[in-house]
Design a binder for this molecule. Structure first.
Ligand SMILES: [Zn+2]
Length: 382
């Protein structure tokens, strides 16, 4: 038996007036998904527990089959794992953004003018040289997104994500560890201002210790692979021992290489993986941009460029099962993630389900199941 998990990031939405009251999932032309839905089972899942932030880290952790209420410690350690950093028990990872704070204390840009990874790496290297110690270290990541590793007791602070402060007065950290964070952020100004970019300092947030996640193989008895362009999702793959495939042209944007991701999954399954996760970010980006047209296009690309040919390839490998589920909703009206339950589709090539339509309306009257239980249902362990 082969298993595939398809994650169209943030694709769930609300009824939209311009679509005659339909959602993007209802409006998109998805004949291949419709065929699976007719023979599969449709349901609703709570991928984001109420008390946790509605982030892709939490939602994808659920989808990977791990209860975020138990395993989620923060987003920084997941991104640290994506960079190949392994935290010790007495360490905490912080997300370290390069940001632009105005003279008047306004958060002008949570992305510090979007530096290239190369330019940013020079700034992070200078920060490490000037401010790094035996206990505190700076690690370069992608563009404006970096990591600071610090002693475990630095975790005891309330920090505001910089993207929640856009064009607002900054909110500095509070709590027992706040003075140390403040000192490091204040000291960063002198170093960062020595570079040509638009960033003015670092911003520390999203902290956590390394989550204690057992490997996927240990937990589910299956060898798993993953393809994604997003660090947070890649980090979850690293932490759970999935084989992470690299695909050229996987951008995390509308123009991503859909065929490349599909073929990486097919190849991975042919090479011995039992299960493969395909994650595509484009639908979430369209949600954040409030771009209805791109959101529908991203869903149609899934159907035509991934699902259709993938089903054909899977048929040639024997019996198979598929789960399609987003990691949260990103409604175009709100341009941000919500905690709403999301629709899922579970398909089995050898067993007929009760059938239906795969969209928010088709799932509206189904009972809500915890997102992390979907993996057990997919791999037939319930
Ligand atoms: Zn997401």
């Amino acid at each position: 038996m082969k298993y595939v998990v398809c994650v169209p990031d943030g694709c769930a939405d609300e009824p939209i007036r311009e679509l005659g009251g339909r959602t993007p999932l209802e409006a998109a032309w998805m004949p291949n998904v419709a065929k699976l839905a007719m023979r599969g089972d449709i349901g609703r899942a709570q991928v984001i527990p109420d008390h946790l932030p509605a982030g892709s880290d939490v939602g994808n952790m659920s989808i990977f089959g791990y209860d975020p209420a138990r395993y989620h410690t923060g987003r920084a350690p997941i991104e640290a794992a994506a960079l190949g950093l392994k935290l010790q028990r007495d360490q905490v990872a912080y997300r370290c953004n390069l940001v632009t704070v105005g003279e008047d204390g306004t958060m002008l840009d949570f992305a510090g003018g979007h530096p290239s990874s190369q330019d940013a790496a020079e700034v992070i290297a200078a920060l490490q040289a000037e401010l790094g110690t035996d206990e505190v270290s700076f690690h370069p990541g992608v563009q404006y997104r970096h990591i600071v590793v610090a002693p475990a007791d630095w975790a005891d602070a309330e920090c505001t994500p910089p993207h929640d402060l856009s064009d607002k007065p900054v909110v500095w950290p509070t709590g027992p560890a706040a003075p140390r964070l403040q000192e490091l952020m204040d000291a960063s100004r002198k170093v960062v201002s020595g570079f040509a970019g638009k960033a003015s300092q670092v911003w520390l947030w999203g902290q956590g210790h390394q989550p204690d996640m057992p490997s996927f193989q240990e937990t589910y008895g299956l060898r798993a692979g993953l393809v994604t362009a997003v660090d947070l999702v890649r980090g979850l793959g690293v932490l759970t021992g999935m084989a992470v495939a690299e695909v050229e042209g996987a951008t995390g944007w509308y123009d991503t290489n859909y065929e490349g991701k599909r073929d990486a999954a097919i190849q991975g399954l042919r090479d011995g993986a039992d299960l493969f996760v395909i994650h595509v970010e484009a639908s979430d980006e369209a949600g954040h941009a409030g771009d209805l047209d791109q959101k529908i296009k991203a869903l149609e690309a899934w159907d035509e460029r991934i699902i259709g040919p993938l089903c054909e390839a899977l048929d040639g490998m024997g019996p198979w099962r598929m789960l399609i589920v987003p990691d949260h909703a990103t409604p175009v009206r709100l341009k941000t993630h919500t905690h709403d339950p999301v629709p899922y589709l579970l398909y089995c090539s050898t067993e007929r389900g009760s059938g239906g339509e795969y969209d928010e309306r088709g799932a509206a009257f189904e009972p809500i199941v915890p997102g992390h239980e979907l993996m057990r249902r997919l791999v037939h362990q319930v």
